[in-house]
Structures are given as C-alpha cells and as structure tokens.
Write a protein that binds this ligand. Structure first.
Ligand code: SAM
Length: 354
C-alpha cells in the first residue's frame, strides 16, 4: 500500500498538518498508522467531509485571545460582561484596556460592539510587539507560524525539545537586542503554544526561562483567529508602556477596564513574573489614585483583582483603597494557592464607579 506523510496529506487536502494528525489520532482515517512519532496515511485515503478546522466562531469573524496568559479573564467574562455600561447599544465611542495581557475582555468587547477608538497597552514589550505585528503584518506572521508548525509537528520528541530550546534562545537574543519584529512575534506565539502551561516568566536577567510543555499536537498557527484579530485591531492604538500613559486617551466618553497583576492572596504565594518588575502594594495604591483621577474626569471604569478576604477576612486593603467605588465580590473558578489551608472556590473583586 502506498503511504504518504501527514504533511503531504495536509497539502493535498488543503487543511493544516495539525488537523491531519488529529484526524489520524481520532481513528478517522482508515489505515493511518504511527511510524515512530509520525503519522502516515494510505495515499488513497479520503479527506473526511468535516475535516475543516474552522469553528463557527472563526467563520463569523469573532476574535479570541491568541495567547494563553496568566490571569486571563476568559472564565470571568460573563460576570465582567454584566458590568459593561452599554445596555442595548451596539456602538460605543472609546474603549481602553491599559493592562491588556491576553485581551480576553478586549476581544469580548470588540466582538459585541463596534468601537470608534480603542487603546490597549501593556508593559511587556514582546507581548505588545505581537499585537502590533498581528495588526500590521499578519501575512508574514502567519507564514512564519505555518512553517514553524509543520516543522515542529513532523519532529520526534528529542528533536522537538531541541527545536524548543533553539527557539527560546533566539527569542531571548532578539529580546536582549530590543529587536521587535515579525520573527520575534512568531517566536512569542510558538513558545506560548509549546511551553509549560503557556507561562510567560523571565529570570533576573530578563531572559524568558519557561521549560517545554508536554502538548502532543499543539496548534501553533490558528490562521483564522489571527486574521480575525488583525481585522479587529486595525484602528487600535497599541502602546508598550505603563498604564498611566493611557491618561491622555481616557475622557468622559471612555469605558476603561483595568486588570492589573493580582495582589498575591498569601505572603507565600508564588509570584509569577510577567516582566522584570514587581507590582507591589504601593503600585496597587497608585493605581487606585489613578482610577480616582479618571473617575473625576467622568470615565466609566471597571477594575478586577483578587479578594484578600479569601485568605484573611479582616484584610480590607481594596475596600480601603477603593472606598469611593462600588465593590462587588464574584465567585471565581480558580483555586486558592495549593499550599494554603483555604482550599476551594474563591471570590474575585469587580470594582466599578457605576
Ligand atoms: C492580570 S494580567 C492581564 C490579563 C488579561 N486581562 C487577560 O485576560 O489575559 C496583567 C498584565 O499587566 C501587565 N502589566 C504589569 N505592570 C504594568 C504596568 N505598570 N503598566 C501596564 N501593564 C502592566 C502585565 O504584563 C500583564 O500582562
């Protein structure tokens, strides 16, 4: 029987190599077999009718986060969405998200409303370079990611490890030299998809140091989503810098969502480094002052954070810092620090000025 590789089947059927591998491992291609670490298929195998990966969402043009990100708000969207101040409107004037991270709320807002002006920022330069590349240079980014995906998926475990470490070293070399281009953006996405738990962590020297993850068939290039994200971001101001830089954009027509790094629930909780800088209690208080200034300007503001009362019911840190705002406690789907006694479901804070 003539056999062909998953890569050749992908070209023949005009679908991604990853999709071919998934179809093989689901037993949907009669005669497909694993040889070593790679799938081979009978040359005559037929493409399943529903082989396309495009989801209903992607078809409808909706965008979703293109990275896994610590503190991602995917699970809190329903709660946060209840506090969008737009009621029945489909069109809003200005939206700002100064700690954008993976952008779960950003994309939810952009999928639901048309927005005249958008401002997003983050202190993480590599993250912001990725957003800018998707907005301005999605074709080059997608062709780089497609090449990385088919190269990576065709490798055995040892070769994948080697490829991961090489990509990480190259990413750090570009990072150290301050080179922010399509190659750096493709490495950011590649590492996020193949590393342990989609973490972004740097050491003291500023080098990204997350080990490789154990995903069997990671999706490295989600072309549909990248194109949808690119479309949604065409008119966005994308800024690398401190959240305070958003002050000049924000006015009484702006809805602002702040999702700063969480205040650790316990003193021993591991700090996950997003960047080289720490967001300590003083910074949380500075943010509360900044929010008060924007409140005085007439902006509509929502802020999320961890609820210190999960660990200590007498801890009034945010109740004091945001004493002029409305503080709501909502059930979150995450577990408290595994070393703590207080296992189980916990609350998060949604603070708003309306
Ligand atoms: C909790 S995460 C945001 C998660 C995001 N809401 C999501 O859904 O993925 C906080 C973000 O704030 C960024 N950050 C930390 N300090 C900052 C600062 N001073 N100004 C702007 N962004 C900052 C971090 O790099 C990180 O991406």
């Amino acid at each position: 029987m003539d056999l062909i590789s998953a890569k050749d089947a992908a070209t023949k059927w005009d679908i991604s190599q990853r999709r071919v591998i998934v179809l093989c491992s689901e037993g949907r291609i009669p005669g497909a077999q694993l040889v070593g670490n790679s799938w081979v298929l009978p040359k005559r195998a037929k493409k399943p009718v529903d082989a396309r990966t495009k989801t209903a969402k992607a078809k409808s043009g909706e965008a979703k986060p293109f990275l896994k990100w610590a503190g991602g708000k995917g699970q809190l969207l329903t709660e946060i969405g209840k506090h969008y101040p737009f009621a029945e409107k489909k069109h809003i004037k200005k939206y700002a998200e100064p700690f954008v991270g993976g952008g779960a709320v950003l994309f939810d807002v952009l999928n639901k409303y048309t927005v005249d002006e958008v401002y997003i920022s983050d202190i993480n330069a590599e993250l912001i370079n990725t957003y800018i590349t998707i907005r301005d240079n999605s074709d080059e980014l997608i062709s780089r990611l497609k090449a990385m995906e088919s190269d990576y998926l065709a490798k055995n475990a040892d070769a994948r490890k080697k490829a991961y470490l090489e990509a990480r070293a190259r990413f750090n070399a570009l990072k150290r030299d301050g080179i922010r281009d399509a190659e750096a953006a493709s490495l950011m996405i590649f590492l996020n998809r193949t590393c342990f738990n989609g973490l972004y962590r740097v050491n003291k020297a500023g080098d990204y140091n997350v080990p490789m993850g154990a995903y069997k068939n990671p999706q490295i290039c989600n072309e549909d989503n990248l194109l949808n994200v690119s479309k949604k971001l065409q008119n966005a101001n994308i800024v690398c810098g401190d959240y305070k830089d958003s002050a000049s954009f924000i006015d009484d027509k702006t809805f602002v969502y702040f999702d700063p790094p969480y205040r650790p629930l316990t003193k021993t909780a591991n700090f996950t480094s997003y960047t080289e800088q720490l967001f300590d209690d003083n910074k949380q208080l500075e943010l509360a002052n900044f929010v008060q200034d924007l409140d005085n300007k007439g902006a509509l503001i929502v802020i999320s954070n961890s609820d210190p009362k999960n660990a200590d019911e007498n801890d009034n840190f945010f109740d004091d810092a945001y004493s002029k705002q409305i503080i709501r406690r909502v059930a979150a789907n995450r577990m408290i620090n595994r070393n703590s006694d207080a296992r189980g479901k916990i609350n998060e804070l949604l603070i708003a000025n309306f």
